[in-house]
Design a protein around this ligand. Structure first.
Ligand code: ES4
Ligand code: ZN
Length: 317
């Protein structure tokens, strides 16, 4: 099947081999000295333990070329999985807070985006995520830094640790993003205590066009009806979920899919969870009774809720 990925963190595609290589090239000291040791460190039982490894691993990314290479390596793999279109999340603050210029990050990534069509036949775009455990002011500074590159960015998202960092904290910066003409989405994680409240804020106070994860919405029929009416989709990541809470949330995904919600399947951080998009389809269908029609619907939904024109959607699927 042709596939689209709408929930893919570029920094989550850092494979142990590239991490080790860049650590040597850039003389960044890593705790782990071999690929095997890095692989072993990719073991998580919570979002906190994952995020710790995820952020510390990024220290090897220093030069524009490193960001280019990271993105290009991912796109090459994506082609093998018959991915035709991908919206790439990236976390500028994870780099600017350790002294790497915004300019370096976006130039490297944007060059990979512009090469992806010619090299792999994949259309791609960048979605800039704010780190929700940093301040709203820091998010606004990031938005300001991004303004000269406005045309290189398709939308904005919100990720990292959701606890005590509700959507409403970022109302102002998301309003600015919408005024610029950027699309908007937000993570509403599955392990969140105030999940429904956060989903409601994201939908009603911020006015997001999609929700990343968001399967907890199943607990609230009124909100399910709302997203169905508006065609607002969910970008779910079952394998990623299974690392964070030992539950793919496949039951919830299926229920929502069968109710007509635009549920999609995505890989999130494929290098860390050792699962690229086709693996995610296999993992989900091995664990849950998905009909072939439902598998196809998941793939089709990704094109339907992608931030591309209706003409493009029809060409893809
Ligand atoms: C993430 Cl799994 C997950 N959750 C929240 N933020 C993230 N950034 C990258 N992966
Ligand atoms: Zn994510």
């Amino acid at each position: 099947m042709p596939k689209a990925e709408l929930h893919l963190h570029l920094e989550g595609t850092l494979e142990p081999e590239l991490k080790l290589l860049l650590s040597k090239e850039n003389q960044v000291v890593l705790e782990q000295k071999t690929v095997a040791e890095i692989k072993k460190s990719y073991q998580f039982d919570s979002l906190t333990s994952f995020l710790q490894v995820y952020y510390s691993g990024m220290s090897v990314l220093q030069k524009e070329e490193d960001f280019y290479r990271l993105a290009l390596d991912y796109l090459k793999k994506a082609k093998e999985h018959n991915v035709r279109y991908v919206e790439l999340f990236f976390d500028p603050q994870a780099h600017t807070t350790r002294g790497v210029a915004f300019d370096t990050v976006i130039k490297g990534y944007a060059r990979a985006v512009s090469d992806s069509q010619a090299l792999f036949g994949i259309e791609s775009a960048l979605v800039m995520c704010f780190l929700r455990d940093l301040s709203a002011e820091s998010a606004e500074e990031t938005l300001t830094a991004a303004l000269p590159y406005k045309e290189l960015i398709l939308g904005v998202g919100l990720d990292s640790d959701e606890r005590d960092n509700p959507p409403i904290k970022f109302k102002k910066v998301f309003k600015k993003a919408q005024e610029i003409g950027w699309h908007t989405t937000m993570h509403c994680d599955i392990d969140q205590e105030d999940s429904i409240e956060h989903i409601e804020q994201a939908l009603l106070d911020i006015g997001v066009e999609r929700i990343d994860h968001g399967t907890n919405i199943v607990e609230n029929p009124r909100l399910v009806e709302y997203i169905k009416e508006k065609g607002i989709g969910l970008t779910c990541c079952p394998v990623s979920n299974s690392f964070v809470v030992e539950d793919m949330k496949g039951k919830e995904m299926l229920k929502l899919l069968q109710e007509g919600v635009k549920v999609t399947l995505n890989s999130d951080d494929p290098a860390y969870f050792q699962s690229y998009i086709s693996d995610d389809f296999v993992a989900l269908s091995q664990k849950y009774p998905l009909a072939p029609k439902e598998i196809a619907q998941l793939a089709k939904n990704s094109f339907e809720i992608a931030w591309i024109s209706d003409e493009r959607k029809a060409q893809y699927f």
